[in-house]
Design a protein around this ligand. Structure first.
Ligand code: IMP
Ligand code: MG
Length: 154
């Protein structure tokens, strides 16, 4: 995209799809003969989950949840309202895991496309991770800045 506000490319389209395919294969192997329900966190995980599920070779159901902690600023307030794709401080995910655990699932695992280890404020089990990225603000492939740029395919 010809937009000077976009900085460096963190993950190319090619690397993105290669890694999503790997995650799909890994999850398919782990969930053979089990009941798999994918729960996407709106809105940021929509593109990721749509690609990921096409690489699954096991039956699965699909659901979505919504939550947000950011407003239009780029720093998490720590107060979670309701979802999205990337683990930053981890507070959003911590809240979601608590909420879902309370419903007694057979098991519960996290699959995050991106994670920023330097920013983590709480320790969380993230079983499947696409890419670790540095402490910067990422956009595209579902991730937004003030609701824009989600449609970038890298
Ligand atoms: P956390 O609660 O601090 O882990 O923040 C997680 C949420 O903040 C994500 O679901 C995103 O909606 C948003 N977020 C955190 N970092 C970024 C980023 O680099 N780009 C876009 N959204 C982000
Ligand atoms: Mg957002």
């Amino acid at each position: 995209m010809d937009d000077e506000r976009i900085g460096e490319v963190l993950v190319s389209r090619e690397d993105l799809l290669r890694r999503v395919a790997e995650l799909g294969a890994e999850i398919s192997a782990d969930y053979a003969e089990r009941d798999l329900v994918l729960v996407g966190v709106l809105k940021g995980a929509v593109l990721f989950i749509a690609d990921l599920m096409r690489y699954l070779t096991v039956p699965c159901e699909l659901d979505f949840m919504a939550i947000s902690s950011y407003g239009s600023s780029t720093d998490s307030s720590g107060v979670v309202r309701i979802v999205e794709d990337i683990v930053d401080s981890g507070l959003t995910l911590q809240y979601l895991l608590r909420t879902l655990t309370a419903r007694n699932p057979g098991s519960l695992e996290v699959c995050a496309l991106l994670t920023k280890p330097e920013r983590r404020r709480v320790d969380l089990p993230t079983r499947y991770v696409g890419f670790e990225i540095p402490n910067c603000f990422a956009i595209g492939y579902g991730l937004d800045h003030a609701q824009k740029y989600r449609n970038l395919d890298y």
